[in-house]
Design a protein around this ligand. Structure first.
Ligand SMILES: Cc1ncc(COP(=O)(O)O)c(C=O)c1O
Length: 442
């Protein structure tokens, strides 16, 4: 039916919000109107401590002048340049700077606009890489239960979060999943990497035996699974996964959309865990979350496989209108400069023990059944209310917001990933307030 009125600018109906309880939100909106460093400002003028770096992305904190000024300057100088068959200097400069901080052995960058697009790009690259080398039967993609790889069809196919998959049809064919690594009975309240579960990587051998290695293109995992509630790799697990993929000629993709750019105290999880994949997918912290941008980072082996055929021919029929957009590139360069000048990755590593102690001080509070942490990331898992999953943690989120902290919840897990500029006093406030909230939960 046609609208017989124009909506008022502040009507909330038109915007169908992503991953949001729309009806609940629109009854009691949580509006943010400003941000600076560690805090958001709400529409009613309150300061809210950001315990989540926005959505795991504002690693340098909010409204950093170096980044906002770089964006303004670039927008006034070169707003857009075609991404296909044309270039501009900032995209090349940023790629070099990414490679400077990437693990040794990573040498090329393919730009996207989000984590989801980085994942689709990496999956396509994996299949096309094998074809370019004459192994065109390698088309299968292996993900993991409870993995989150964004929301596009490839990503939800290899992903393992049932609500993100079950209403969207048959998804991609030729996909299989390894088991997740969450073993609460053995590993609850582990500090950092848990002891038990390296053997779960051997499940890949079972999948290889089932399908034949010669049909498998790639395995994609988050080195530390963030969105599903901070599931850490058991000690030795990633090393085994690397050894098995290598043995069978299968590419290993680390989805570093959350772990990239300092979250664990190194530029990437690949360095933190000392395991080199063949490709890494990134986004979020690349531009401090300020402008949408993602990047797939590859080894020369992957890249070089495509560099054949006549030189005037396009080597890879893939890319986005906004791949390497000038303003996003400028934001990326400025962001990487802020990380470097302020030593924010090292800072995350230095702050991690204090963060760990603070988080684990919540042990023993009502409903808390597990606490997990690594670098500047942490999760508190609550026992769900019988018959009403997610409600208890969501109530913690709402109460926390009222009391001036922003946390995130997934299922009945509270996840936190503060900006890397966090001070000890902020950690005290964040965890102290969360502790008060936990004591008041039904
Ligand atoms: C590991 C991982 N991959 C992919 C994505 C998707 O990123 P985006 O929301 O930018 O598409 C996310 C987002 O949280 C993520 O955590």
């Amino acid at each position: 039916m046609a609208l017989d009125r124009k909506p008022a600018p502040n009507d909330l109906g038109a915007f169908w919000m992503p991953f949001t309880a729309n009806r609940q939100f629109k009854k009691a909106p949580r509006m943010l109107v400003g941000a600076k460093d560690m805090h958001y400002t709400t529409a009613d003028g309150r300061q809210v401590l950001d315990g989540t770096a926005g959505l795991w992305c504002c690693n340098a904190g909010h409204c950093r002048p170096k980044i906002t000024e770089a964006i303004a300057k670039q927008a006034a100088e070169l707003d857009y340049a075609p991404a296909f068959q044309m270039g501009h200097p900032a995209a090349f400069e940023l790629a070099n700077r990414i490679i400077e901080i990437a693990p040794k052995g990573m040498e090329h960058v393919f730009y996207t606009n989000s984590g989801s697009e980085s994942v689709e790009t990496a999956l396509k690259l994996a299949i096309a890489y094998h074809r370019a080398r004459g192994e065109g039967a390698r088309t299968r993609l292996i993900g993991r239960e409870r993995g989150y790889h964004g929301v596009n069809f490839g990503g939800i196919s290899v992903g393992g979060i049932v609500n993100n998959r079950k209403v969207f049809g048959t998804l991609l064919g030729g996909v299989d999943h390894m088991p997740h690594t969450h073993l609460p009975a053995q590993n609850a309240f582990s500090k950092g990497q848990p002891e038990h579960g390296a053997h779960l990587a051997d499940e890949l051998e079972r999948i290889v035996a089932l399908h034949g290695a010669e049909t498998i293109a790639a395995v994609i995992v988050e080195p530390m699974a963030g969105s599903t509630g901070v599931l850490l790799p058991p000690k030795g697990y990633l090393e085994r996964l690397r050894a098995i993929t290598k043995k069978h000629g299968i590419l290993l993709i680390f989805d570093e959309v959350i772990t990239g750019f300092g979250r664990l105290g190194s530029a990437f999880a690949a360095q933190h865990y000392g395991v080199l994949p063949d490709m890494m997918t990134t986004a979020k912290g690349l531009t401090n979350g300020v402008i949408p941008m993602g990047a797939v980072i590859t080894t020369p082996e992957v890249h070089d496989a495509f560099m054949q055929g006549p030189e005037h021919m396009i080597e890879l029929f893939h890319g986005y209108t906004y791949s390497g957009n000038p303003i996003a590139s400028a934001a990326g360069i400025a962001t990487l400069e802020v990380y470097k000048e302020e030593g924010l990755f090292e800072r995350a590593a230095e702050m991690a023990p204090y963060w760990q102690d603070a988080l684990h001080s919540l042990k023993g509070l009502p409903h808390v059944i597990d606490i997990r942490n690594e670098g500047l990331i942490g999760a508190v898992e609550l026992e769900g209310i019988a018959g009403e999953p997610t409600k208890r943690a969501f109530s913690a989120f709402l109460k926390g917001f009222e009391k001036g902290i922003m946390i995130r919840t997934t299922g009945d897990i509270i996840a936190m990933s503060p900006p890397l500029i966090i001070e000890k006093s902020h950690i005290d406030t964040l965890i102290g307030t969360l502790s008060e909230v936990l004591k008041t939960l039904d």
